[in-house]
Write a protein that binds this ligand. Sequence first.
Ligand code: 7MK
Ligand code: ZN
Length: 876
Amino acid sequence: MKESQPKAIFLKDYQAPDYWIDKTNLVFDLHEDYALVTSTLHIRQNEQGEGHPDLVLSGVDMELVSVAIDGRKLAEDEFREGQSELVIPIDRDQFILEVKNRIKPQENTSLEGLYKSNGMFCTQCEAEGFRKITYYLDRPDVMSTFSTQIIADKARYPVLLANGNDVERGELDNGRHWVKWEDPFKKPSYLFALVAGDLESIEDRYTTMSGREVTLRIFTESHNIHKCDHAMVSLKKSMKWDEEVYGREYDLDIFMIVAVDHFNMGAMENKGLNIFNSSCVLASPETATDARYQRIEAIVAHEYFHNWSGNRVTCRDWFQLSLKEGFTVFRDSEFSADMNSRGVKRIEDVAMLRTAQFAEDAGPMSHPVRPESYIEISNFYTVTVYEKGAEVVRMIHSLLGEKDFRKGSDLYFKRHDGQAVTCEDFVKAMEDASGKDLSQFRLWYSQSGTPVLHVSDAYDKASGTYSLTIEQSCPATPGQENKAPFHIPVKLALLDNSGKALSLNEHGDVEQVLDVKQAKETFLFNNLPEKPLPSLLRGFSAPVRLEYAYSKDDLVFLMQHDSDSFNRWDACQRLAMAEINQLVAALARGESKEPDQQLIDAFGHVLADSTLDMAVKTEMLTLPFEAAIAEQSESIQPGLIHKARKQVKQAIAAAHQSQFHQLWKELSQEKPYRPEARDIAERTLKNICLGYMVALNHKEMMDLAKEQYDRSGNMTDRFAALSYVVNAEYQDKPSIDALLSDFLNRYQDDANVMDQWFSVQAGSPQMGTLSHVQSLMEHKLFDATSPNKLRALVGAFAQNMAGFHDSEGEGYQFLADLVIEYDCKNPQLASRLLQPLTRWKKYEPQSRELMKKALESISKVPELSTDVFEVVNKSL
Ligand code: 7MK
Ligand code: ZN
């Protein structure tokens, strides 16, 4: 045990701050070996407090130069400097504090606070990075207006940016210049941003719904300037959508996005100055896949939407993180659904939720959407807070309906504009606007774990009554043994034997939302001429595990007839999952088993069905991912999961070989690249066909893939071909090497494309061995200071079922050693890289022990960061 253990912080201990900061004036004097920060704060005591408590400001990794109050410099005995705070005794209600401090952005490898990326200065302050810049009340309920002056060498840093509008600029002697920015909107320190660098930009304009003109600018290093157009188009679409769907208008004269290569996350919504991981901005047809185009559109929208859901109305404390993130993810997913295929967006989101979030909720880090305690807040930027949080908002949306939900959001923004509020305030606004009682619904914010719905049914022919009995339960999670029943919206339809949805009431509605509220409840449906087949949890109306004893015939029927595209896909997944599980069990017994013919035929039907939406068809033809199979396993057998899935894929490929080939050919006609939903669906389907063809392991099929690689003018088709060849069981080593080196030669100057080159190798069951990964870490294009590179190589390797787990635990120890190494440099990254090991309890005995051993080796390190400390200790 460590001498001083990091301490947990509890939601129940929340207290309002002793002081407010009404105005914050910052001056940054940027130099090559240090930066001098002068902070002038207009501070006022919180009227609810008594006396004059000490002022306690947070600050880490900095050198204090001077402190003055109301113009008088304080002597050394008039304040105390702690490890991570500055304590100043106070004798007045209101005062101006001036602090000067020095920081070293050049040496800041944590990528929090002010740091350098490829020679440019940039910031990341959420959640608690501002305290690495200057001493402050670095908590989201302290909201202040900011002005920021940046002084720097003009030749090296011609572009100087901060939040708000630029109001003044000037030149100094010795080649330096300065710009002053003012942000008229009050904000917490986590939304502060600064950028200084040699950047180019593209510019556009947007006229808001009330007729105000806004300048839009996207900044990047000059060699990437031609890759910003898609982000700009996405930004304008987002601005329009937020006006149309939520009535929300942009509020400053300028909106800026800056792309940086070294970034711990995807992007950040700093007021008026969003900073993005370059991988979430830059795209051209030759360098970005369809998936990348769509991700960029979604992330640009997400950060833009934060301007209201996050910035104008912000979080009171970090336990409320889902207030802004859950709501904003819901908003961006609805936006993406409107811009592209709604059915596919829902399927993708749920597939992700079920694998990543369900796994998190069943593991050692399980926490509610609104956590009750944390040691390190950076560890709570999770799929639970984001994705499950978005599902909770989605359920409110479906309980209230479109119109009342909009009334609720209008009320929320009006009531709380300029405030730092809680999840409770959000729910209350929804309740007040709609008149709906959400008291039981609130449990979704406080109870962790994934509820299980067990559904059974009965039909009484004589009376024509069909009864559905729904039992709910929720497994115990850390700190929560017993749960109260949730309020669960269960959307359903009842299908007759021709697949038609029966009317459920006198209005002729064929779809209904059941308000499930009790541990066990029975719902009756009358006047049904025959026993219907239930289509349950349509559109995935709640984030739960659904258990209903569907027969194979039922699932095949739903795959063909359900009018809910999500449930059609889900039936397909259930059928395939059951089959793969059986194969895994057979392989574990050392038996061989042929994949089930009914499944193979059903996939043939999907392939041939010309009425099926092409985008949904692509999803249906995609077998459950290995991670999804693992998530629902009792005891994960990584190697067998990989084998069994491959076996099913090969069987489907063999049975429908000529159809796949035919369809692939039809869809292979060259046309100009457009990142539009229809074209994307066509390319996806074409590449899925190619994937099945390659799975056949014939040389001719490999040659077709290579041909597509050579012929393709866009990255989507080229990368799909490369990836199939590299992942194929049929290892034609010379061709693989030739393709990989061709790819390297073509794209070596593009860091984001090279990430793909690293990850396709690390993720391949054949190539992604520990020794190959280690050799790639020595590659000249591998940048060990780049989170993107580490995630691409090591992150992909750790998800490789065949490669990572196939050893004497060497992969595990390699990951553990890397986590230890990176923990001193970039704790956030280290803590994220560590995640795969935390699931050790779910694995079969041998892997399990080895994973545990690797975790223990981390826990023995004396000076762990709070980030890694928390994750390791909760997992062991
Ligand atoms: C998304 C926080 C930021 C994890 C997923 C994002 C982050 C972490 C983007 C960084 C965001 N506020 O907008 O949510
Ligand atoms: Zn966000």
